[in-house]
Design a protein around this ligand. Structure first.
Ligand code: AMP
Length: 113
C-alpha cells in the first residue's frame, strides 16, 4: 500500500484523529494554510473525485456533513469556512486519495487562485 492516507487510515502513520466512523476519518493537515485546516477522508481508496462512482455519491455527501460538524466543533461555523476538493494535477491534487479540505479561522481570499 503506497498511499499516505491509506497508511494513516491503517494506523501506520500516527496522526491525531479528530473524527472517525466506519466510512470516514478526519485529521489536521500537516501543512496548514489556515488556523483551521482539516482533511476529511473516506476510508475507501478513491484516487480522485474524477474517479468517484455514482454509488459513491452518498459517501461524498457524508464527507460534507462531517465537515459541517467539524466546522462547528472547531468554532469556525459562525464566521464561515471553505470546503475544497482538488482534482488532478491542474486542480492542485497532490495526494491521490479523495479528500475534502476544510479551511477556516481567517478571512480567505475572495477568489480561488
Ligand atoms: P491535495 O493537494 O488536495 O492533494 O492536498 C493534500 C494535502 O495533504 C496537503 O495539504 C498536505 O499538506 C496534506 N498532507 C500530506 N501528508 C500529510 C500527512 N501525513 N498528514 C496530514 N496531512 C498531510
Amino acid at each position: 500500500m503506497d498511499c499516505i492516507f491509506c497508511k494513516i487510515i491503517a494506523g501506520e502513520i500516527p496522526t491525531e484523529i479528530l473524527y472517525q466512523d466506519e466510512e470516514i476519518i478526519a485529521f489536521r493537515d500537516i501543512k496548514p494554510l489556515a488556523p483551521v485546516h482539516l482533511l476529511i477522508v473516506p476510508r475507501k481508496h478513491i484516487p480522485s473525485l474524477d474517479q468517484m462512482k455514482e454509488s459513491d455519491a452518498a459517501l461524498v455527501g457524508r464527507m460534507v456533513a462531517v465537515a459541517n460538524k467539524l466546522a462547528k466543533d472547531e468554532g469556525v461555523a459562525e464566521k464561515g469556512y471553505r470546503l475544497a476538493i482538488n482534482c488532478g494535477s491542474e486542480g492542485g491534487q497532490l495526494v491521490p486519495h479523495l479528500h475534502l479540505h476544510l479551511l477556516g479561522g481567517r478571512k480567505l481570499s475572495d477568489r480561488l487562485s
